[in-house]
Design a protein. Structure first.
Length: 586
């Protein structure tokens, strides 16, 4: 019968302890906890050759399995090279001795749908990795008074009620390194492209605080998409967060891919995070990047629709951690999240399974924080921090063009502008189907070169006037010459902004086209011939004004003399184009 002030410690093993060992254990408990203990013995034949001592949730594991686990953890901490691998292992085996330390051991209460409820881990923290006895890992996602909610990364069938679970002391993280370039990995950083293992340089937590105001500098350098409609009117700067929003199948991913292709030779690391996409769609993206030589400077992080909601939830954070690795080295990074609508849905599924209170549209109350803490990590770092940048292009899918829905409005308020793709424009053949009225970049001209800023001029205003006039005149057959001329000019501009997929334009091509179009030099070209005219005109300029083209790309400047030269060359080419029969009916 134990005294009321005594605590009970449970000793388990294959053979009962001798009186001497029992006394030593009681002395150890007295010195460690400064309290009297009653030692209770329990027979466990599985622990032959060792024993465990449990005090509350603390477990001292002197079993063979526990010592092997400690040795395995010690081996993981080594960083051997190919040359010193065997000597290092030999030295570690000779010098290593088991540690006498308590480890909290919890028990699984319930498991199902990728969620495990665990009790007994009083010191576990939010976001910490838990290790289950079956080898499966999980992450603490819900902290309650007497239990934890844990999301699982592996096969839940290997976990049963009553299974042991331990804290790892590590926060959820992902391996990172230069070797990830050109590879396709899952949300845990494991390669899924069949090209072998990846030698990671370090291990970074997937969730880190965003850079502070002091650690940032203003966004003042462009990251060119190669898409005329975007670079001229909605420029994106390095370190900016520009939302791509629109209905399903309106070209959102196409804009992101064109932007990645346009970074070739510009020393920009590109990361494409696929969330909830079909595996075939991700394979098609990888094939496109490989075809155009963009995979060499890109990483694809895939959490496909067939993956668990847990992997879809952590995928963008893992991609962001990989981007931060390069950003902290002073590199420029472009990261695409495709798409955050599916990310929010995966998080909603996890939250409901964790029994969190549902709010609007059944999303949990912290769904805004879900995306804000992700997108705020994109920044243009100060020179003291290396001057690197991470530019984010989150993608959000709308239903019937409803930008006022819950998730779209959340992300619009977090980002620095949005490119809105309109279904009606897309089906009318205007691709990319950018809505000039609803799209905006809050960084504006600071993210443009002087050449582009000067060339774009009144483009947006001219297009807005054309769209307004088009609405008022679509039912009118009797138009005066001035109105008809303005409509023809606007239709030409709209046609000029059409651009085939996977054909990003260089800066000099965009500047030359804008200068020629806004000076009305090519207004007499029939709209249906604009695509052919554009190609022949750009070829003509590169052949006959190579120095001008090279100067625009190299300096980013456009002088008044350059503008006059482009206008003269454009007018001369239009006359030649019309007179030589190139402008014949197609």
């Amino acid at each position: 019968m134990s005294n009321p002030g005594e605590r009970i410690a449970v000793l388990r093993g294959g053979t009962p302890p001798s009186e001497e060992n029992r006394k030593r254990l009681l002395d150890f408990l007295q010195q460690t906890y400064h309290q009297e203990f009653d030692l209770k013995w329990e027979q466990d034949d599985a622990l032959a050759g060792g024993f465990t001592l449990q005090v509350g949730t603390d477990v001292y594991d002197w079993s063979i399995e526990g010592r092997l686990r400690q040795f395995e953890e010690r081996m993981r901490q080594l960083k051997p090279s190919r040359e010193n691998l065997l000597p290092l292992i030999r030295e570690t085996m000779v010098n290593w001795s088991p540690e006498v330390s308590a480890q909290e051991v919890g028990q699984v209460l319930t498991v199902g749908d990728g969620i495990a409820t665990v009790s007994g881990l009083e010191h576990a923290v939010y976001g910490e990795i838990l290790l289950f006895s079956s080898g499966v890992k999980g992450m603490v996602q819900e902290l309650r008074e007497d239990e934890l909610g844990c999301i699982l990364f592996g096969d839940e069938e290997e976990i049963v009620q009553g299974s042991e679970v331990r804290c790892s002391g590590k926060m959820a993280g992902t391996p990172v390194g230069d070797a990830f370039l050109g590879r396709v990995v899952d949300a845990l950083g494991t390669p899924i492209d069949g090209k072998g293992e990846i030698a990671a340089k370090e291990y970074r937590p997937i969730e880190t605080p965003a850079p502070s105001i002091i650690d940032r500098q203003s966004v003042n350098r462009p990251i060119e998409t190669g898409i005329l409609a975007i670079d001229s009117m909605f420029p994106i700067g390095r370190g900016q967060r520009e939302l791509i929003i629109g209905d399903r199948q309106t070209g959102k991913t196409a804009i992101a891919l064109d932007t990645i292709l346009n970074q070739k030779g510009k020393d920009v690391i590109c990361i494409y995070v696929a969330i909830g996409q079909k595996a075939s769609s991700v394979a098609q993206v990888v094939q496109t990047l490989e075809k155009f030589g963009a995979l060499d400077y890109s990483v694809v992080v895939s959490a496909s629709a067939s993956d668990s909601a847990t992997l879809q939830y952590i995928a963008p954070y893992a991609g962001c951690a990989l981007g931060e690795y390069f950003m902290d080295k002073g590199r420029d990074v472009l990261i695409v999240y495709d798409d955050l609508s599916k990310h929010a849905i995966a998080y909603r599924a996890l939250s409901l399974l964790l029994e969190r209170s549902p709010g609007r549209e059944a999303y949990p109350g912290d769904v805004f924080y879900l995306h804000s803490r992700l997108l705020e990590r994109s920044a243009h770092l100060s020179q003291e921090r290396g001057g690197g940048s991470m530019t984010a292009l989150p993608i959000v899918e709308t239903q019937a063009g409803d930008v006022s829905a819950y998730i779209p409005t959340n992300i619009i308020s977090i980002t620095d502008g949005q490119i809105f793709l309109e279904s009606d424009l897309f089906f009318a053949g205007q691709r990319p189907a950018v809505n000039v009225g609803l799209s905006v970049s809050r960084v504006g001209g600071d993210a443009q070169t002087k050449a582009m800023k000067k060339a774009a001029g009144s483009l947006r205003l001219d297009l807005a006037q054309f769209r307004e006039m088009e609405v008022f005149t679509q039912f009118s057959s009797d138009l005066d010459d001035l109105t008809r001329s303005q409509l023809t000019y606007g239709q030409g501009l709209m046609r000029l902004l059409r651009q085939p997929q996977y054909h990003p334009m260089s800066q000099h091509q965009q500047v030359i086209l804008l200068v020629a179009a806004l000076s009305h030099a090519c207004q007499d070209i029939p709209v249906r011939q604009m695509d052919q005219f554009r190609k022949e005109f750009l070829d003509h300029m590169e052949k006959n004004a190579g120095a001008l083209c090279h100067g625009i790309d190299r300096t980013g400047q456009l002088t008044d003399q350059d503008i006059a030269s482009i206008q003269d060359l454009a007018r001369a080419f239009v006359k030649q184009y019309q007179s030589t029969g190139s402008a014949a009916e197609e």
